[in-house]
Design a protein around this ligand. Structure first.
Ligand code: AMP
Ligand code: MG
Length: 299
């Protein structure tokens, strides 16, 4: 399959309709998308990424109405949060309808739905006329791409270039199947969502407990270079390395930090260093998404 990079939504939509894969921009990271209603097309995503079939995919929609059509049940809290945050970096897990093939959700009876806030992503879903299932456009366990240039050449049949991702880390994932449960932190602070729908429980860190949800693999988001998450006064190992300190190499503000995090890791990872030393950000709601990705990157 020939690899095409371009800016044509019409061409990209034709690739989706043909059951093939398109890497496309969202505001969080670049996604590797397929027609979410076509199980054979979605199979290609798992094969291309080397992603285990136990890891469910997020289904991208172009409207709250499209989400209604895919959900078997749409709780009031889902409506409230979607109306407040969509289009935006929030994935809502709800019971799924049968139109969504089991491969999309790793056999779960639930589906993660999100309306992305990138004009090209929304145009692509509209032009394809179907919801698009998409994980990040990287091989399994590698760093997520935040530019079209980061997307590995062999992954997609078409790469739609929409510039650098504005948010820079993956979406907040919130399950509304039972009592609200945060499965993955992102850039939306937990107290802000709690003010809208009431208390939200936080899922145990991946790999640590019996409640691990499918897809929460601890080895996600890892650069090849050893990364050390250091407290003040702690020192990196010997050898050649690079620092990522808040207010120095990195921004002081959590949103700005998230926006450049993967770009920075991609760049440093290409330098053949012995270590990357990261000054640990504060453990506050604003930093939860960034801290989660740094912890996973440090392993
Ligand atoms: P990614 O691995 O970046 O593609 O993000 C997908 C993540 O969304 C998974 O790792 C899961 O944590 C979460 N997710 C998606 N769908 C579901 C679902 N049906 N149930 C629970 N978690 C889900
Ligand atoms: Mg990913």
């Amino acid at each position: 399959m020939s690899f095409v990079k371009g800016v044509s939504v019409a061409e990209a939509a034709a690739v989706i309709r043909a059951g093939r894969l398109v890497a496309f921009p969202t505001e969080t990271v670049y996604g590797l998308g397929a027609n979410a209603l076509d199980g054979a097309a979605v199979e290609r995503i798992f094969a291309a990424k080397g992603r285990p079939r136990t890891s469910p995919l997020i289904v991208h929609v172009d409207s709250v109405e499209m989400a209604h059509d895919l959900a078997a049940r749409w709780p009031d809290a889902a409506e409230t949060l979607a109306r407040r945050y969509w289009p935006g970096p929030l994935t809502l897990v709800v019971p799924k309808r049968a139109v969504i093939p089991d491969i999309v959700t790793a056999g779960l009876a639930t589906v993660g739905l999100r309306m992305p806030a990138h004009p090209l992503a929304l145009e692509l879903i509209r032009a394809a006329g179907v919801p698009i299932a998409a994980p990040s456009a990287n091989r399994f366990s590698e760093l997520s791409p935040t530019t079209a240039g980061h997307v590995p050449e062999s992954l997609a049949d078409y790469v739609l270039d929409g510039g650098p991702a504005r948010v820079g880390i993956e979406s907040t994932v919130l399950s509304l199947v039972d009592a609200p449960l945060l499965l993955r932190p992102g850039v939306i602070p937990l107290p802000e969502m709690e003010a809208l729908i009431g208390p939200i429980a936080v899922a145990a860190a991946p790999g640590t407990g019996p409640h691990e949800s499918p897809g929460m693999h601890a080895r996600h988001y890892r650069p090849a270079t050893p990364l050390f998450l250091l407290l003040p006064g702690e020192r990196p190992p010997l050898g050649k390395g690079a620092w990522m300190r808040m207010g120095r190499e990195m921004p002081e503000n959590a949103l700005d930090y998230a926006a450049v995090l993967y770009e920075t890791l991609h760049r440093l990872d290409a330098q053949g260093l012995d270590w990357i030393a990261v000054e640990r950000p504060p453990d506050t709601p604003e930093w939860a998404g960034v801290l989660d990705r740094l912890r996973r990157a440090a392993g």
